[in-house]
Design a protein. Structure first.
Length: 308
C-alpha cells in the first residue's frame, strides 16, 4: 500500500520509526509537510484535489492516490494540517486519527469538557472569558495554579504560578496578547510526575511514569524529564482507554496524574511521540500502529487499495 505521513520534520524519531515499520510490512510511505499543500475544490469529480509544492522555486504537482494518511504535525500546523486531513477523508482515504477527533484533542479545553461529559475525572479546571477579572477566576480555582494555553505540546505553553498575584499577572499579559488560557488546580501530591499511556484502538499498549528534572514541574521528556516502566491495574488502564474513546481517537497518548481523589486525566495527545515510550517499554509501538492501520483500511467500507 501507499501511505502518507503529514509531518514538518521527517527526521524526527517517531517519523523515522513509522516509516521503517511501514516499509518492513511492504508498504511505501511518503512524508510531506502539510504547509506545502494546495487544496482544490472543483465542481466536477473527483472534487477534492491535492497539490504539493516542495519548495518556493518548484512547480506544484498533483499528488497520487494514497491508501491511508497518518497525521503527525505539531500544534503550530493544526489548522492547515487538519484542512489537508479533511480533504483526504472526503476522498474516502483512511486516516489514523480522523480530523474531528484530532481537532477535539488539540483543543485542551474542549477535550476536558468532553472527558467530563463521559464521567472521566480531570483536575479542577476553569476557562474565563476575556471580560472577566483574573482575581475572581483564581479564587474559584485556588493557588498554586497551572496555566495552559489552549494549544501547545511537549510542555510548551504550560506555566506554574506559585501565587495568585503572579498568576493574575500572567493571565492579564496573555489576555492582552489575545491568548486564551485555562487554569487548573496544581496537584501537589503528584510531585511533578505523570503517567503516559499509549493507546491503540481498544488496547493500552504501553505505560510509563515520567518525572520532571529537579526544579521542573513538567514531566515532559522534551523538558528534561525521565521515564520508567509502570504497571497499572485493569481499572486504571480503563481510564486511559475511556479517555481515548471519548474523543474518538485511534491512537492516543493519555497523560494521567495521581491525586488524593485517584487517577485524573491531564490531557489526551492525538500525535504522541514514540521515542521514550518505545525505549522505556522495549516494544515496537510503531509496528503496532501500522498493523492497526492495515486493519482499519481493510474494514473501511468500499476500500480499494491503489494499484502498484
Amino acid at each position: 500500500m501507499k501511505l502518507l505521513m503529514l509531518c514538518r520534520e521527517p527526521r524526527l524519531y517517531s517519523c523515522q520509526r513509522l516509516k521503517e515499520a511501514a516499509e518492513s510490512c511492504g508498504h511505501q510511505m511518503d512524508i510531506l509537510d502539510p504547509n506545502r499543500f494546495m487544496l482544490k475544490l472543483s465542481e466536477k469529480p473527483p472534487h477534492f484535489d491535492l497539490y504539493y509544492q516542495p519548495n518556493h522555486e518548484a512547480e506544484p504537482y498533483l499528488l497520487p492516490d494514497y491508501d491511508a494518511v497518518l497525521p503527525r504535525f505539531g500544534a503550530a500546523s493544526t489548522q492547515m494540517g487538519c484542512a489537508v486531513l479533511q480533504h483526504f477523508q472526503a476522498k474516502g482515504v483512511a486516516c489514523l486519527n480522523d480530523v474531528e477527533p484530532f481537532l477535539k484533542a488539540r483543543d485542551k479545553w474542549r477535550s476536558l469538557q468532553i472527558l467530563v461529559q463521559h464521567g472521566i475525572g480531570v483536575p479542577p479546571s476553569l476557562l474565563a472569558g476575556s471580560e472577566t477579572r483574573a482575581k475572581e477566576s483564581l479564587e474559584l480555582i485556588g493557588s498554586p495554579t497551572i496555566l495552559k494555553t489552549l494549544s501547545g505540546s511537549q510542555g510548551i505553553g504550560v506555566i506554574l504560578a506559585e501565587s495568585r498575584s503572579s498568576a493574575s499577572s500572567i493571565i492579564e499579559t496573555l489576555n492582552h496578547s489575545g491568548v486564551s488560557v485555562l487554569m487548573q488546580k496544581f496537584i501537589s501530591e503528584a510531585q511533578g510526575g505523570d503517567i503516559r499511556c499509549f493507546v491503540i484502538g481498544t488496547e493500552v499498549i504501553a505505560t510509563m511514569e515520567r518525572k520532571g528534572q529537579a526544579g521542573e514541574f513538567r514531566a515532559n521528556i522534551h523538558r528534561g524529564g525521565s521515564a520508567v516502566p509502570v504497571r497499572l491495574s485493569k481499572q486504571e488502564k480503563q481510564i486511559a482507554l475511556s479517555a481515548s474513546q471519548a474523543l474518538g481517537l485511534d491512537v492516543a497518548g493519555v497523560d494521567l496524574i495521581r491525586s488524593s481523589e485517584g487517577l485524573l486525566v491531564l490531557e489526551v495527545n492525538a500525535s504522541p511521540g514514540l521515542e521514550m515510550i518505545e525505549k522505556t517499554s522495549g516494544l515496537d509501538i510503531a509496528l503496532q500502529m501500522i498493523l492497526y492501520l492495515e486493519r482499519k483500511i481493510r474494514t473501511k467500507p468500499n476500500h480499494n487499495t491503489t494499484a502498484r
